[in-house]
Write a protein that binds this ligand. Structure first.
Ligand SMILES: [Zn+2]
Length: 166
């Protein structure tokens, strides 16, 4: 950070403090050349990336939109609102993890389905049927068969563990 008095490039931080619940940080700095003190503010930049839709048009990413799709999939399912919120957080973290400025709606859909599959098979099927536009009932059926299979494997694995320890 350049000194505002002598424009020297190096300063040391002598005090840092969080402002407004950690939304920004105020730092007192001291120039390493002239010794003058000045203040800088650091703020988190609001996330702004573009979503490439199927028709190749772009629109601004919206957490609200993501939430709507997920909440709809969880309608009347025994999942707490705070768990859904936490899931949205981790889905969002994954979307932004590569630091890219654009992400395809397809990629977002895959990430969401990944999380739903692990959390609630019913919500997953609901979301996938809208998202993948299961035009064909057979496709949906094979997807459900696959899920049932995974669940059965999981159950027999758990039973084995129980019988081992019991
Ligand atoms: Zn200076």
């Amino acid at each position: 950070m350049k000194c505002i008095f002598c424009h020297f490039n190096d300063s040391k931080v002598i005090d840092s403090r969080d402002l407004r619940d950690g939304e920004s940080i105020r730092r007192r700095r001291e120039c390493l050349r002239c010794g003058h003190r000045f203040t800088t503010y650091e703020r988190v930049e609001p996330i702004s990336i573009l979503v490439i839709k199927k028709d190749k048009n772009r629109e601004e990413y919206s957490r609200e939109k993501l939430r709507r799709g997920i909440v709809t999939a969880f309608t009347k399912r025994p999942v707490k609102a705070e768990d859904i919120e936490r899931m949205i957080d981790s889905i969002e973290a994954e979307i932004f993890s590569k630091g890219e400025l654009e992400v395809s709606s397809m990629r977002i859909g895959e990430i969401i389905m990944d999380h739903l599959r692990k959390t609630d098979p019913v919500a997953y099927i609901r979301f996938a049927s809208v998202y993948r536009e299961f035009a064909d009932l057979n496709v949906m059926r094979s997807e459900m068969d696959r899920l049932v299979e995974v669940e059965e494997q999981e159950r027999s694995r758990r039973q084995k563990e129980v019988s081992k320890t019991g």
